[in-house]
Design a protein around this ligand. Sequence first.
Ligand SMILES: O=c1ccn([C@@H]2O[C@H](COP(=O)(O)OP(=O)(O)O[C@H]3O[C@H](CO)[C@@H](O)[C@H](O)[C@H]3O)[C@@H](O)[C@H]2O)c(=O)[nH]1
Ligand SMILES: [Mn+2]
Length: 788
Amino acid sequence: MYIYASGPLSAGKCQLHNNNLLAVDLEMAASMRREIAAAAAAAAAAAAAEEEEEEEEEAFLPLFETKEAKGRVSYRLFAATVFVGICLILVYRIVNFPRAEEGRGRVWAWIGMLTAEVLLSLYWIITQSARWNVSYCFPFKDRLHHRYDEEKLPQVDVFVCTADPTIEPPTMVVNTVLSVMTYNYPPEKLSIYLSDDGGSEFTFYALLEASHFSKYWLPFCKKFNVEPRSPEAYFKQNFDETDTTQLAQEWLGIKKGYEDMKNRIESAIARGSISNEIKNQHKGFSEWNSKMTKQDHQSIVQIIIDGNDKTVVDNEGCQLPTLVYLSREKRPGYPHNFKAGAMNALIRVSSEISNGSIILNLDCDMYATAADAIREALCFFMDEKRGHEIAFVQHPQCFDNITKNDLYGNNCHVINQIELAGIGGYDAAPYCGTGCFHRRESLSGEKYSEEHYSGRSWNVEPIKNDKSRVDEMENASKVLASCGYEKDTQWGKEMGLIYGCASEDVITGLAILCRGWKSIFYKPDRAAFLGVAPTTLDISLAQFKRWSEGMFQIFLSKYCPFIYGHGKIKLGAQMGYCIYFLWAPLFLPTLFYVIVSPLCLLHGISLFPKVTSLWFIPFAYVFITNNIYSMLEELSCGTTLKGWWNLQRMLIIRKTTAFFFAFVDVIIRQLGLSQTAFAITAKVVTEDVLSRYEQEIMEFGSSSIMFTIIATLAMLNLLSLAGGIIRAIVVDFGGVEKMIFQIILSGLMVLVNLPIYEALFIRKDKGRIPFSVMFKSVVLASSACMIT
Ligand SMILES: O=c1ccn([C@@H]2O[C@H](COP(=O)(O)OP(=O)(O)O[C@H]3O[C@H](CO)[C@@H](O)[C@H](O)[C@H]3O)[C@@H](O)[C@H]2O)c(=O)[nH]1
Ligand SMILES: [Mn+2]
């Protein structure tokens, strides 16, 4: 029962902050007079006894807790009134079904409205699941710290995926790597793997440079406890240059070191080659030759830092985490299964090298900002009561490049702060591909069983490979990353991430939950990971198309939550997943509303009750309260009012373009006419484009078919609104009363589309809507108006 002698937290010693331990300098105590020593010992013993008692008490406290969100009851009451409104709307549609003599146009339009409203009502019911049961989880990392010594912490592996050195620049990738290397976690228990599907020599070179720079960056971060720990993000912050503290002195030097590194990497890329001088410094470069391409090369595994090698230390003598470069084998004729394939190769290769019990999975653009994130995640996994059934802990996807009013609605505040917490309330938070901590066994495909996993111990052993083993490990890993390895195995089916779906993350998470595991959605106050959001309209739409396509595909597959999840996950969770799985078909009712309602307005066909009729009330109630509610919800999550307005525009654009094309593609694939693809999201754009993004000016610039749709719908509503108003004034003034709802709908469409008209007719910059698109949209919209 002696007291820890924790040395001063000097730079020379790499002690992680053991703040609650009594620091007693033993040498000094020995030189003290006897009585004082005795008194000190007695006091220390008493203190230690007290601490022990506290610890015992603490042993019963959970490592995390779950709290229900506030306002649940009032929300449920509100939802009930909306439900009544929706029922009345449907009753109105049925009761007032037009008679044949009212005209065929009206009958068909009515049938369409009824269908659209039935679909939207069903969808509304589904979305309620994510708001019914919202709850938040809170870890207690201090309790973890008291209960588990460093030696008892598990091995943790971090996977970073990259796929293309041009749209995912190596400097960005290594910033992410550096941010995770500096986690406040024992370095001998931390291994970082970079999977490079681009098979790029430049990415490898950048990683090598980062491994050198880490020898300065790690001690700097730990000494001054700086955050965020991505150097790029850190040095972007303002720094008081007049500061004269030690931090300020070192700051300049490290910043220069970082910038030099960045220059070396970027100039090598600009030159298009790596000098022989550099190549001679590492054996790894010999893997590249002029014949290999991104799609055709052997597997490359390079252990750049062997965390076990005690001679590899940072400039203050501390050990470094293990760092591995992996580029799995690719050969023509072998499907590589995109990110899912990369992840599965990572799972196998890491099991050979460090075999961490916990795996953190990050996209290359998502750097870590919170140094304690691993420890927080461990609170969930290591909780004595509930930890053993948890498969993964998902953080929300947050971004560090969102402008004030989030022009493209990328932030997904409500999804991240409410809906995912709502699905998490059913123990079934989805796996979203990045910012997710996994238990190795569940990710690899094991089923949950109470006997097997309760009281299960972790892999806490530091890697114990001697130096000669490094070559052996590399060679063994190459086999595991070869493209023939998975043949006739369960990889991609029952093991690892599931293949054949553009949303490999969500489908895999769902499969894990259906094997009996639970998952946690954890949103700390300050985001623990920050990524890069799309900065142009077409990149954002391409991303939503991939997501909605992948998720609708899941809905139609054997993994449909209502079937596959039946009896395995709660009904609320099954519905919660369908909020996203049914994005694609949402295009149908939306398109109907924004095309048929204005056309009917133009032709004087009324589709809604008169303003003086009692039936008008449910329509108005549902419409107004839903909009106000969504506005309040967004505001409460930190969106600005304009941000909410921008989001309304984006919702219409997404549904009528991205979701529409996703739907069509899924149907084509179901018919066996095409294969799954994965369009990687570009993370860089030209300066001209970036400056428009920063000014929140919508980016068109190309003649994408999606833009033609957006412009045509905007034009159609403008023409119809004008036509409808003229008709009311000139032909039939009394008609306004039965047209009011359609006038409001088209009026709002026009208001929300103001930036589109601007891009069509007013703007002169390169990001405006091209003339050809404008021409097509005007022709299309006016011919639609002429159909009778
Ligand atoms: O063949 C591939 C394709 C992609 N990636 C990596 O996968 C990650 C995600 O790709 P990205 O294009 O950035 O997709 P996002 O739209 O930003 O990704 C979201 O949605 C994807 C599923 O659609 C998930 O895989 C991601 O984790 C999630 O962040 C990136 O790091 C890529 O480098 C690969 O490793 N190999
Ligand atoms: Mn991404």
